[in-house]
Structure formats: C-alpha cells, structure tokens
Write a protein that binds this ligand. Structure first.
Ligand code: NAP
Length: 484
C-alpha cells in the first residue's frame, strides 16, 4: 500500500509565536515533515513572527535546532532541511503595538492561501485579529488558527468568540483540538459510519457503558504556574474528552461535511445532563518517593487544583438512555495510556454452563501509545473438557495493518495544519460547540469552588483516588486497568 499525498494550494502561513515552545516542538517540525512528504507546493512560505529582534538567518538557525531536537533522526535529511529552511522568513512583530505590521503586509502575498496561526497566549488573540484586519493583511478568504485554551469558562469563551468575530467570519476560524487530528480518532468515525457491523448495535439496547481514559505518567513539573489556574477539568475534560465523547455518541451526520459533523456533536453536548456532585471525583497527586507532590510542582502549597478527574456523564436522548459514559483523566498515574472502551451488554440468554459467567464484547479504541483498535470477542477455550469460553482480541493494530504507510502517517498537528490550508473545518471546533462545552463544565467547577471542596490525594504511580474506583463499583462495574 502506498500513501497518497494530496497536494494543497500554494500558501503563506504566518506563525505568531514562532519562537515559542509549541512552534518549536510541533508546528515547525510538522511542517518540515509535510515538506518532506511533498505536500508543500514550490512557492509556499512560512513566516515566523514574534517580538524577538531576530534576523532571518538567526530564525532559521533556531528552527534548524528545533528540527534536530524534535524530528526523528532518520527523517533529517540535511539537504531537505536546508531546502525547508529556505522557505522560512521572519518578521519581528509586537502583537500589542505597531512594530512589524507594515513589514508583514509587504511579505504576505495577496494571491495565495493566507493562513495565520495564533500560537501565542489567548490574551493576544484580539490584538492580532484587530491588526491583521486594520492593516488589511488578512481578507475574507484568509484563515486564522487559534490554540487552546479557548477561554476558562463560558463568559471568557464568549468574549473570545466575540473578539474574533469582529474581524473574521466563523468559516475562517480554526479552533485546534489536536485530539481530533489523531488517526484513531478519525478512524472511530470510519468504523462507525463506513461499516454496517457496528451501527445497529450502537445504542442503549446493546451497549452497557463507555469508558474514556486519558492517563499520563508525567506531573505538572515546569508548567505548574499555568496548570494551577487550569486543572484537569479545564485542561482535558472540557475540550479533548468532550470531543471524544461526541464522536462516540453523535448521530450519523448526513455527510462528512464540517457543519454536518459539528451540528451532530453540538446536539450531544447540549443533551448532556448536569453532573451531580456524587458522580464526580477530583484528585491531586501526593508526594512521591522524591518528596515532590502536586503542591511542590505547582509552587502553591495551598493549591486545590485537581490533577485528576473521574466522572459519570449521561446523555439525555433516545439512543443513550441509561448508558453511562465514565470519563477519567489524570497526571502521574501508573501508565501513559489513552483509550476509549465500549462495553456491549451480555447476550440475553446464556446457553453455556460457563463458570466465569461474563460474555462481554468490548471495542477498545487506543489513542496512545500504539494507536489501534481491538474488538474483544468470546471464543471456545481450545482443547477437550467441555465448553469453556475465553475472551480474545480481534486485533486491528494500525502499526501492523498499515506497516508500509505507518511512517508517513502525519501526526495530529501536521494533518490539522494541512486541513487549514485546504479550508476544511471538519476537525476543528466551532464557536457554539466550545461555548456549549463550557456551559456543561462551568457548574461543576463552580460547585467545587462554592463548597470549597479539596481534591482527594492519590499516590503517584497509582490508578488514581480510591473514590474513583467507588464511582464504578457502586454501579457494579470496574475501570479497565491502566496499562501501556
Ligand atoms: P510560549 O513558549 O510562551 O511562546 C509564546 C510565543 O509568543 C513566543 O514566540 C513569544 O515570543 C511570542 N509572543 C509573546 N508575546 C508576544 C507579543 N506581544 N507579540 C508577538 N509575539 C509574542 O508559549 P507556547 O507554549 O508556545 O504556547 C503558545 C500557545 O499554544 C498558547 O496559547 C498555549 O496555550 C497553546 N498551547 C501550547 C502547547 C504546548 O505544548 N506548548 C500545547 C497546547 C496549546 P517573544 O517573547 O519573542 O515575543
């Protein structure tokens, strides 16, 4: 199998914040990989912008260093690196001032796709949007890409949407949630909507429950100040986990079209029941062997910010009546593993005298590590001695099935940037989706604040707080083991 690289139109991509961490780690290495794959047309250019007073040569040196650090060695062809660097330009610019904007206008070409990536703090989004339109650097065909966090509650998200809407139409705004750029996440839609096999079973009648897990082994070291104002609910649940839940729960859109898909996701978010206090557990990791717990990393000894959340979500519609969606995410857990597990109900009548008694099918969609899917099915245990059953995986690991193309599978950022250039918003969040997600999350966070709730402490390297186990035990269910 040979991978197909679909060409895009010639573009000028301006990256505001081109010297920052995200640009160095993800955006520029991603663009280099797309360049290597032949997806950057001859005349396309990348224009870096930040306040630092760098020459073009100094900026290229910085990017060369970033590629050396963040691109796999076997992809670092020196001639290709130099050819890529030759496409780069740099303008010192102040988002809040007047420096650099005239120079930027002189650089950006009017007759190519123009995209502007706001890889800066959200407090600068309004300033940049305003200057782009004031100086007529962007026009009605230009696109802007904005990073998370998109607000910290409904009020601030509405304010951000309003600021951007003053200068850009919704069809020009690309709100990134990099989870939607993951291969497996898109495969979830392919599995659901391109096969007849699953859709008839995809409802309360046949599904017992859904588990979504995003577990990390790292803590908040080095990002403590930022994270302490955010917490797992804002950083993970409101955006990434909510998007995953939507893709599992949404009705089939009439077409794989940006607004058709986003309309269906929005309906799911709006159908979410408010979460009751007993259906949610917050945790904070305690001190590990090194003596450093969350409060050491956050540098706030009195911090009540959660590094872990587990909750039971319920969707008030016909398809999902009575089917709980259990979500959990946390830092410093026992393994780094993100997955969605859909557990089907038991057959209605047991014909086998099998001592184990459970006959569950589970569809496991693995986001990281080892992206892939597994369908757990019951079979007969081999050998004589009667009809004993066992659960085995029907493995659909992408690394094996797609071995020849696996190397060329773009990472989430690469794919999403190319979608921006193509003008395809399907995998980006619409403003009303983001607002609806905050409307569901806000009362949970406000409840914690009003009650002065403290997160439950959990041991680093564990599966999370005790109460999170109880959240499922109480319903006669168990979390899946967190393992890589
Ligand atoms: P960062 O490392 O602090 O970089 C910020 C960038 O913005 C720098 O290039 C900085 O360069 C530039 N900048 C700051 N003030 C400016 C101004 N007034 N005018 C023009 N440029 C200015 O931040 P980051 O980690 O890359 O994050 C960027 C955005 O991505 C944020 O919204 C963040 O929440 C989001 N994000 C980051 C990550 C990540 O892994 N890093 C992940 C998800 C989302 P100068 O100081 O030279 O101006």
């Amino acid at each position: 199998m040979v991978s197909r690289v679909i060409p895009v139109d010639v573009f000028d991509l301006v990256i505001f914040g081109a010297t920052g961490d995200l640009a160095r780690r993800k955006i520029l290495p991603g663009l280099y990989r797309r360049f290597m794959a032949g997806q950057m047309p001859e005349d396309s250019r990348v224009i870096g912008a930040a306040r630092a007073d760098l020459t073009e040569a100094a900026f290229r040196d910085q990017v060369r260093a970033a590629l050396t650090e963040f691109v796999a060695t076997d992809h670092l062809d020196p001639a290709m690196v130099e050819a890529f660097l030759a496409r780069l330009h740099y303008v010192p610019i102040d988002a809040t001032g007047s420096t650099g904007w005239v120079e930027l206008k002189g650089l950006v070409r009017p007759d190519v796709v123009r995209a502007f990536y706001f890889s800066v703090a959200p407090s600068l989004f309004g300033d940049i949007a305003q200057r782009l339109s004031e100086h007529q650097i962007a026009d009605a065909w230009s696109r802007i890409v904005v990073e998370k966090p998109f607000g910290r509650d409904l009020v601030s998200a509405k304010a951000l949407n309003a600021v951007l809407a003053r200068h850009f139409a919704e069809a020009q705004i690309y709100r990134i949630d990099h989870y939607l750029g993951k291969e497996t996440v898109q495969n979830l839609m392919a599995v659901r909507f391109a096969n007849i096999l699953f859709e008839p079973l995809w409802k309360a009648e046949y599904i017992d429950h859904v588990q979504i897990t995003v577990a990390e082994t790292v803590g908040v070291e080095g990002r403590g100040a930022y994270y302490d104002k955010s917490g797992a609910m804002r950083d993970m649940v409101q955006n990434h986990m909510m998007q995953l839940l939507c893709l599992i729960a949404m009705e089939p859109p009439y077409h794989f079209d940006p607004d058709a898909v986003r309309d269906e996701k929005l309906k799911v978010i709006r159908a979410l029941k408010p979460v009751q206090a007993e259906d949610i557990v917050r945790g904070q990791y305690g001190a590990g062997k090194d003596g450093a717990g969350y409060v050491t990393h956050s540098e706030n000894p009195a911090s009540r910010t959660e590094s872990y959340v587990a909750l039971k979500a319920q969707i008030s519609n016909w398809r999902w009546q009575g089917v709980p969606f259990y979500l959990r995410t946390g830092k410093r857990l026992r393994a780094r593993a993100s997955e969605i597990a859909i557990t089907f109900k038991q057959p209605p009548h047991a014909i086998f005298d099998d001592a184990k008694g459970w006959h569950e099918n589970v569809l496991v969609i693995r986001l990281q590590p080892n992206e892939g899917m597994n369908l757990m099915v019951m079979i007969k245990e081999p050998g004589p001695g009667g009809m004993r059953l066992m659960q085995v995986p029907l493995d659909m690991s992408f690394a094996d099935a797609l071995a020849e193309v696996a190397e060329d599978v773009p990472d989430a950022y690469e794919r999403l940037i190319m979608d921006v250039i193509r003008g395809n918003q399907t995998l980006f969040m619409r403003g009303d989706e983001v607002e609806a997600a905050w409307a569901w999350t806000d009362p949970i966070i406000e409840g914690w604040e009003a009650r002065g709730d403290k997160p439950q402490s959990y041991d680093p390297g564990s599966s999370g707080p005790e109460d999170a186990l109880m959240l499922m035990h109480r319903d006669g269910r168990r979390w899946r083991e967190i393992k890589e």
